[in-house]
Write a protein that binds this ligand. Structure first.
Ligand code: ATP
Ligand code: MG
Length: 444
């Protein structure tokens, strides 16, 4: 399969002649929702973030495989093609598949069973090409970010996930590949400008797929150390992130408009909940578009008591608008970080349909996730054997840390800490390049 950019094709041709260079290394933060890449150059001291989609320094981790062409699209272009209802297969959050049984199963794309290694490989290769376009060289050295746990409570699957990702990076053409925990990378990025006083810091990285925490001693003077192991006191992580917050909000505030909680059948039973859970889970949406699923759903809705609601559910599935609905849920969640209430326009489902949602309603839907995140933070504090009151600095990174409720919890747990939340979406990629510079180029 080809990429759709003429520039990238040109890059490929050039790559045949381009020498590799031991003078360049990169950090890649392949995220569940967004990806960044930063370059470290041996020739100067600079770390630079790469424009990965036109002038943007982040690219949504999405792919679109058009039905009628082999030109694969990435990022915003992929989202736009999907929103414009071009025929093809849209995919997002594929990082979450690493370490799961889906890696072996693969998925159907244009009628062909395709392995996830190949799908993720397309995306990583595209990112690599864009970085190489900046330096006009092959890039062979990479520090790749990884969550503390790809998979919760399964060490074997977690190891497997890293091995799978390493193989994908190798197939994309990297010769030297190392991994670093994403929150540690964010700490390195912060350390560059923090002054020489040592501070006990906690990094909270709440992304689209995982929430990761590191407790670490930081100081600008430590940047020169080759080995930072003794400064890292603990790492903890859980597979809960923005995707899970979206699902919770969808089930609480959107699905009732499509019939969740309505009645079904002559005995007045509840309408089966499975379709609502499927429609709120990114990895299940595609499966709802199969012929059999649609047929079964039609039969189910035949016995629905509140058809004016469940017809909306059917229309989303028939019209294959599941990802559009999830995008609306995500947008609502993001707005609720800065507004007390908002209105989602759902006229793509039915003329004039809207959802009015208060922040408090979203917060109620978050409670279970927040409880688990708090347990993970407490584990991290316990493993580090420090007192939460002694933490002097909290570094917030990842899009999820914009949620006011999470910020309030942070203040409660670490009452004496200064909170820093600059560069939420790029600090991990930047810090990975700092690590790459130290390791591959010997520059501190
Ligand atoms: N202002 C905001 N309020 C709440 N959530 C937000 C906001 N901005 C972005 N998000 C959410 O943050 C998530 C993306 O964050 P980020 O880009 O840090 O994730 P990622 O690095 O791709 O994922 P991961 O590190 O888990 O693999 C998405 O779920 C997005 O909806
Ligand atoms: Mg991240």
């Amino acid at each position: 399969m080809k990429t759709n950019s003429a520039v990238q094709d040109k890059t490929r041709m050039k790559k045949l002649k381009m020498p590799g260079s031991n003078d360049i290394a990169c950090g890649i933060d392949f995220g569940t929702s967004n990806t960044t890449v930063a370059l470290a150059h041996g020739s100067d001291d600079q770390i630079t973030l790469v424009p990965v989609e036109e002038e943007h320094l982040t690219i949504p981790s999405t792919i679109f495989f058009p039905a009628e062409s082999s030109m694969v699209m990435f990022g915003r272009k992929a989202i736009n093609a999907h929103v414009a209802r071009e025929e093809g297969r849209f995919m997002r959050s594929f990082k979450r598949v690493l370490g799961t049984s889906l890696m072996k199963e693969g998925t159907q794309i244009s009628g062909t069973k395709t392995r996830f290694e190949k799908i993720i490989g397309h995306f990583i290769e595209d990112i690599k090409n864009k970085a190489e376009l900046v330096v006009d060289r092959n890039i062979e050295n990479v520090v790749a970010g990884r969550p503390v746990h790809f998979v919760d409570g399964n060490e074997k699957a977690d190891k497997e996930a890293q091995i799978q990702l390493e193989a994908i990076f190798a197939a994309a053409g990297f010769n030297n590949i190392r991994f670093q925990y994403e929150p540690i990378a964010a700490a390195f990025a912060h350390e560059l400008t923090m002054g020489d006083t040592e501070r006990l810091a906690v990094v909270m990285d709440i992304g689209g797929g995982t929430s990761d925490f590191t407790i670490m001693r930081l100081s600008e003077r430590y940047i020169k150390k080759q080995d930072r192991q003794e400064d890292i006191l603990s790492n903890a992580g859980i597979r809960i992130g923005g995707n899970d917050f979206d699902r919770a909000l969808s089930l609480k505030s959107f699905m009732p408009l499509l019939g969740l909680g309505s009645l079904w059948g002559s005995k007045g039973l509840g309408f089966p909940i499975t379709p609502f859970f499927d429609l709120s889970e990114l990895s299940k949406i595609q499966y709802m578009y199969t012929h059999k699923y649609k047929r079964d759903l039609r039969a189910l809705i035949g016995q629905s008591t509140d058809k004016y609601l469940t017809q909306r559910l059917l229309s989303i599935v028939e019209e294959e608008q599941g990802h559009t609905l999830m995008a609306s849920v995500e947008e609502t969640k993001i707005q609720l970080s800065s507004c007390e209430q908002t209105t989602a326009d759902l006229s793509f489902i039915e003329a004039g349909l809207q959802a009015h949602i208060k922040r408090t309603e979203f917060e109620e839907s978050l409670q279970a996730s927040i409880d688990n995140i708090q347990i993970t933070i407490n584990d991290c504090i316990g493993m580090a054997n420090v007192k939460a009151e002694d933490v002097a600095l909290v570094i917030l990174t990842g899009g999820g840390t914009a949620i006011p409720m999470l910020q309030q919890i942070t203040h409660r747990i670490f009452p004496n800490a200064e909170v820093s939340d600059g560069n939420r979406l790029s600090s991990v990629g930047f810090g990975l390049a700092c690590d790459a510079r130290r390791y591959y180029l010997g520059i501190n």
